[in-house]
Design a binder for this molecule. Structure first.
Ligand code: C2O
Ligand code: CU
Length: 471
């Protein structure tokens, strides 16, 4: 399909169902049958220029009903959780008029996007937008994939209250599928009166806040309907503070075609799709079964430390085969992508992630210090740097770097085969193990890196990389 207005028209007319694949533009998709699906609201593009996506986001108080709970007072972008879906194409300019109508300061960080540091929404580069304040973010969308946005101020609290949304950036070469969906995974702890706890208990400090309600696109246990035989594509992102999602769908394997920074050089199949906070996966599968057949998307136990693996399996969503006649002959996409492998070699830096008591307070450290006392690393613009990220703690940490992608060269000294190369911005560093990562740094400025369990980042596990302009 060629880029341009055709795509856009299709998108607008069926945007609630998030269809835009070539077939979805045709007549053989019954949009009406999807009424019960959890839809993302769409951001309104206020600019006629096809190369400019211009949207307004307002951080504002609102109410939300989670599952069967009474109304919860939440914080939102434009009144919805998730916030409005922003859609653009590679090469488009995104301009965001941001207004803060919350009672406290905030910023918007654009997770995974390569952009100028001044637009990255971190306190290293931007003074937080005060209540009643505004800010204009503007940058080019450089990479195709699913990205997301959230505050970078008190993110453990602000994201938990509902401040998050996604950005879908498409390329001109998207595979043709019958149906494409975005699944924003989250969880939230809601008390019986509908309120969110304000007190951070010890377990939440240690593991990150884990909720009692699992959410897909802001809904508890939603139902998705699909047509037997149809080729389905899912963009999955985990925006939870602390919960890892270990997804399985009985009878299916996930064909993983992409991750944080776009497509993989070579897809792979897996029964369990483990998605830690911050990570994204682009997966496909062919729906099977007869009308009415149901499959439950499960979050299976995964041991990320401190006995988290003893939690029971949890239901996430339901898939039901609809009444339409079976589609025949669909095959899983065999995408391939040339990915430049960054050079291997000795590490330039070692980052040791650990947890422990500092002056009696549970702290999460990098090289023994908590942010902002972690000494910043400096890198000249254009340089390639390798990091040994050593997790010395009893718990997995999803390690995230801003403003660039990295590749994983080895795990515990064992080289990662070229076939498994990927552009990542967030990766699980399993407990008591070491990953060697390599990255190229381009945009000058101060960039954050941190554990993406927000309670750990706010608890100290965060540092900065200063990329210096070449003289
Ligand atoms: Cu999604 Cu610094 O984070
Ligand atoms: Cu962590």
């Amino acid at each position: 399909m060629s880029a341009g207005s055709e795509v856009k028209t299709c998108r607008v007319s069926v945007s609630l169902a998030l269809f835009w694949g070539a077939l979805a533009c045709g007549s053989n998709v019954d949009v009406g049958s999807l009424g019960a699906e959890p839809a993302l609201s769409s951001a309104v593009d206020e600019n006629d220029d096809p190369m400019v996506v211009e949207v307004s986001l307002e951080a504002q108080k609102s109410f939300k009903r989670y599952g069967k709970s009474p109304d919860t007072a939440v914080w939102t972008y434009n009144g919805t959780i998730p916030g409005p879906l922003i859609e653009g194409r590679v090469g488009d300019t995104l301009r965001v008029h941001f207004t803060n109508s919350l009672p406290e300061s905030t910023t918007i960080h654009w997770h995974g996007l390569r952009l100028p540091a001044a637009m990255d929404g971190t306190e290293a580069m931007q003074s937080p937008v005060p209540p009643e304040g505004t800010f204009e973010y503007e940058f080019e969308l450089r990479d195709a994939g699913l990205f997301w946005f959230h505050p970078h101020v008190r993110s453990d609290v602000q994201v938990e209250k509902g401040l998050y949304g996604v950005i879908r950036v498409t390329s001109n070469e998207e595979p043709t599928v019958d149906q494409e969906r975005i699944m924003v995974l989250d969880d939230v702890r809601v008390l019986s009166d509908g309120s969110l706890p304000t007190y951070l208990d010890d377990e939440s400090k240690m593991l990150g806040r884990q909720g009692n309600i699992l959410l897909v696109n802001g809904q508890a246990m939603p139902t998705f309907r699909w047509r037997s035989g149809s080729l389905q594509r899912f963009h999955i992102v985990n925006v939870a503070n602390g919960r890892f999602f270990n997804l399985s769908l009985a009878g299916y394997a996930w064909r993983v075609i992409g991750t944080d920074g776009g497509w993989l050089p070579q897809p792979y199949d897996t029964d369990q799709l483990l998605v830690s906070p911050g990570e994204r996966y682009d997966v496909a599968l062919v729906a099977t079964g007869d009308p009415g057949d149901e499959t439950t998307l499960m979050n299976d136990p995964y041991e990320r430390g401190h006995d988290t693996g003893a939690e029971p399996p949890l239901e996430v969503a339901r898939f039901i085969v609809n009444d339409e006649p079976r589609v025949m002959g669909r095959v899983l996409p065999a995408i391939s992508r040339e990915l430049e492998r960054l050079p291997d070699g000795a590490a330039n830096h070692e980052l040791v992630l650990d947890e422990g008591l500092i002056d009696g307070v549970l702290s999460f450290t990098i090289n023994g210090e908590t942010y902002p006392n972690v000494p910043p690393l400096s890198v000249p613009s254009g340089a390639i740097r390798r990091f040994d990220v050593r997790n010395a703690s009893e718990m997995d940490h999803p390690f995230h770097v801003h403003g660039t992608f990295f590749q994983i060269l080895s795990a515990n000294g064992v080289p990662i085969p070229s076939a498994d190369l990927a552009n990542k911005d967030t990766v699980i560093v399993p407990r008591m193990s070491t990953l060697r990562l390599v990255s190229r740094f381009e945009e000058p400025g101060r960039w954050m890196y941190h554990c993406h369990i927000f309670e750990h980042a706010e608890g100290g596990m965060m540092g900065e990389i200063t990329v210096a302009e070449n003289p």
